[in-house]
Write a protein that binds this ligand. Structure first.
Ligand code: HGY
Ligand code: MN
Ligand code: MN
Ligand code: MN
Length: 428
């Protein structure tokens, strides 16, 4: 079935890249910030409009659509052995402030077009194929990344903590979810949990968000592992006071405590012994935030990652110790040191890697194995299903900024590899 499909389809893979491009453009208009940036925050009006747009495309592709309690959306094409575990693919459409239009979107709209390609070629899947739009891969609104896929992977800890979680406007997670039409009945999110083995395979198509494929002129990245992300939230408090009247020896400046900790993060990742260790302080808020008032409070969010979990955990430990030492030395109180997430890396499944390699060879595309330094919903799907990721090049590796760009040729290559990989996996 698959070989015959391969031989026939290779000449006639009818991929409608123009329509896919126009869908990417259309989806990018559902944004809180002006083009070319895209800002699309979980459960916001634009997020709801974007979800409706994607559900409509799923329907037009003949997929039967269902949504779970937090808004993970599933579009299913029943195979001729529907009792077998399905093969799933998908990604996210939420976007951090002032992001680009391809991160996540290529793996959702591209997956729907991969289904269209298979349908047009007359392919009949044995295992059902399912396209998943994951709720909130970005940590923007409620501070935790991969909220939807973490719950699908069965995180009791997250299901419980969401009962007390509020956003920066003090709106609770459940009120926000209900405003978007989700979490209607009760606050029991265990209905989102999926059993291990629910899918026979999960594959995500995504832009590389790094410069390697473009620099080396390689068409397809086959991801072998996803780096281990961790994030922390820290708060210092001091007495504040008048910027003119309080002499230096009498100050305990919470802003300087935060600054010193940010430099400590940089120091620890640089001295980790590997270029693969990274650390970022992307959020640093000072209170009251007036030029002539000594910061009495500072609030930082720290993101650190590594492909080696032990090395990453050593950095987390050193950051914690530094926060305690800085507070002591500067007579500040460390009012909060919270580890938001400290996730292990994930390895891709060998048979899925094999299927991707066959697909790229059949399509005469160059490919290379690589790790993903960004995290993805695949990191959590790997906990309940064999996982694989397909990368396509993006302009100068730019991502999480409006200059993010992937060419229609590269997107088309990614969708074709995804279509052939899904076809192969659905026959297993
Ligand atoms: O931050 C990440 O790695 C992902 O792009 N949200
Ligand atoms: Mn992202
Ligand atoms: Mn992404
Ligand atoms: Mn805080």
């Amino acid at each position: 079935e698959f070989e015959s499909f391969l031989s026939t389809s290779l000449h006639s893979i009818s991929l409608d890249i123009e329509t896919l491009q126009s869908q990417i453009e259309e989806l990018s208009t559902f944004s809180d910030t002006p083009a070319p940036s895209v800002t699309r925050i979980l459960y916001s009006e634009n997020d709801v409009l974007a979800r409706r747009y994607v559900k409509n495309l799923m329907g037009l592709s003949g997929l039967s659509v269902r949504e779970d309690a937090v808004g993970n959306i599933f579009g299913r094409w029943d195979g001729y052995e529907p009792e077998l575990e399905a093969v799933a693919t998908g990604s996210h459409i939420d976007a951090i402030p002032y992001a680009g239009k391809y991160d996540g979107v290529v793996g959702v709209l591209g997956a729907i077009e991969a289904i269209n390609v298979l349908r047009r070629s007359g392919f009949k899947p044995k295992r059902s194929l399912e396209v998943i739009l994951f709720t909130s891969e970005e940590p923007t609104r409620f501070g935790i990344g991969c909220l939807g896929s973490r719950l699908m992977a069965g995180s009791e800890q997250l299901a419980n903590s969401l009962k007390e979680t509020v956003d920066s406007q003090n709106m609770s997670f459940f009120d926000a979810a209900r405003s978007a039409g989700y979490a209607k009945d009760n606050e029991d999110l265990s209905t989102v949990f999926l059993k291990k083995g629910s899918y026979s395979a999960f594959v995500e198509l995504h832009i590389e968000q790094g410069p390697i494929l473009e620099e080396e002129g390689v068409s397809i990245g086959i991801v072998t592992a996803i780096a281990a992300p961790a994030s922390m939230e820290v708060e210092f408090e001091g007495n504040g006071g008048h910027a003119g009247a309080v002499l230096m020896p009498y100050r305990n400046d919470a802003g300087l405590g935060a600054a010193e900790l940010a430099l400590a993060v940089e120091k620890y990742v640089l001295e980790s012994g590997s270029i693969d260790t990274v650390g970022t302080v992307g959020i640093l808020e000072l209170h009251p935030g007036a030029i002539n008032s000594i910061p009495s409070k500072s609030h930082l969010k720290i993101d650190t990652r590594d492909i080696d979990e032990k090395r990453r955990n050593t950095v987390v430990e050193k950051i914690h110790q530094s926060a305690v030492t800085i507070a002591k030395n500067r007579r500040l109180s460390l009012t909060e040191f919270k580890i938001i997430n400290q996730d292990p890396p994930a390895l891709s499944d060998k048979s899925i890697i094999r299927a991707m390699e066959i697909a790229t060879q059949e399509l005469n595309l160059t490919h290379k194995s690589m790790i993903s330094r960004a995290y993805h919903d695949s990191l959590f799907m790997a906990r309940i299903s064999p996982m694989g990721m397909i990368f396509i090049p993006c302009y100068k590796g730019y991502s999480h900024k409006p200059e993010e760009y992937a060419s229609s040729g590269d997107i088309a290559n990614g969708v074709k590899v995804l279509a052939l990989t899904l076809a192969k996996l659905s026959q297993d």
